[in-house]
Design a protein around this ligand. Structure first.
Ligand code: UT7
Length: 322
């Protein structure tokens, strides 16, 4: 038995926010943003995370050729659900009519899709479930301080999804490695529910904005991502040269090219779409996966590595044979 991705889907909102738009809001320039990040524009939504997740999910289910009732499990990797409860996965279940699926959200920020995919695979491997829908969806536009030029230039909204199935096949997902270092949580943080009850002196009115130490996150990514990808390749017994694509979280073009250099692999093996969408957090890996899949870039048996990193700090890598 193997585990395969049998369908992918994605959705980005129509509203485009360009670097030129940001020039009118904060002291920055299109040239600076492009040179330091590779980003040209990003998408923003007013419809929210569930709306995008549902659209991506429907496209993935359609490509997989499954009925929603066949889904045993739905996991949504998100840190920006529309509600604290119910979870986004439950809302997706109701919207697509997947009534018998177990549903929960997984919070691992930009590593959210990767960790959700790995989690789904463990359930499938256990034999308990056969078909899972894994989604990465985030609306970071609602956490961004739009007066902070150090963060507002980076992020955008979107969703991506994959249907994963246990079946008789040579495909596989795994081995995988997932890592976290909670002691460095402060360098990328967004607080959630404010304190407000009549029994405390301290009252807070508003939700916090995202705060980031960009240089520290940059250094963390270029060090840990190559290490974790090397480690997962060693576990898989596959040399980096045999990998067709390294599909990485789309945070910054300079991070990706530095990782490629450290891996001694051509940057052409590291596809990017961040020029169009910026950093869509948990959605970035599945959106890119879906784009490449729909462009017909994958052949049966292709060896691929997925790698994510972000707040937590969290990071990880997964090997898969298409
Ligand atoms: O999912 C993970 C999420 N986070 C990340 O991936 C973030 C990783 N970090 C980064 O991508 C980069 O650190 C940034 C793009 C955030 C910043 O780039 P940098 O090359 O590390 O810039 P810096 O923070 O070292 O700042 C260099 C200069 C500073 O000016 P001075 O002090 O040299 O005069 C900043 O104030 O650039 C200035 N600066 C800007 N200038 C124009 C910072 N942001 C901007 C901006 N436009 N938007």
């Amino acid at each position: 038995m193997g585990i395969r991705i049998i369908g992918t889907g994605s959705y980005v909102p129509d509203q485009i926010l360009t670097n030129r738009d940001l020039e009118r809001m904060v002291e920055t320039s299109d040239a600076w943003i492009r040179e330091r990040t590779g980003i040209g524009s990003r998408r923003i939504t007013e419809a929210g995370t569930t709306d995008m997740a549902v659209k991506a999910a429907k496209r993935a289910a359609e490509q997989a050729g499954i009925f929603p009732e066949e889904l045993d499990l739905i996991i949504v990797g998100t840190s920006t659900g529309d509600c604290l409860f119910p979870g986004t996965a439950c809302e997706v279940q109701a919207a697509i009519g997947a009534g018998s699926a177990a549903c929960f959200d997984l919070s691992a920020a930009c590593s959210g899709f990767l960790f959700s995919l790995n989690t789904a695979c463990v359930y499938l491997e256990s034999g308990e479930y056969e078909t899972a829908l894994v989604i990465g969806a985030d609306t970071l536009s609602k956490t961004v301080d739009w007066s902070d030029r150090g963060t507002c230039i980076l992020f955008g909204d979107g969703a991506g999804a994959a249907v994963v199935r246990r079946e008789e096949s040579a495909g596989c997902i795994g081995p995988f490695i997932m890592k976290a270092d909670g002691s460095r949580g402060e360098c990328l943080k967004c607080s959630a529910v404010p304190l407000r009850n009549p029994f405390l002196d301290k009252q807070e009115d508003a939700f916090g904005y995202m705060a980031m130490n960009g240089q520290e996150v940059f250094r963390f990514a270029v060090k840990t991502v190559p290490e974790v990808m090397e480690a997962v390749l060693e576990k898989a017994g596959v040399p980096a040269e045999e990998i067709q694509y390294f599909i990485l979280h789309q945070a910054n073009e300079r991070i990706l090219s530095s990782v490629a250099k450290r891996m001694r692999q051509p940057v052409s093996k590291f596809p990017m779409n961040l020029e169009r969408y910026g950093n869509t957090s948990g959605a970035s890996i599945p959106i890119l996966l879906d784009e490449l899949n729909r462009q017909g870039k994958f052949n049966r048996g292709d060896k691929i590595v997925l790698a994510g990193f972000g707040a937590g700090l969290t990071w990880g890598a997964t090997f898969l044979r298409w």
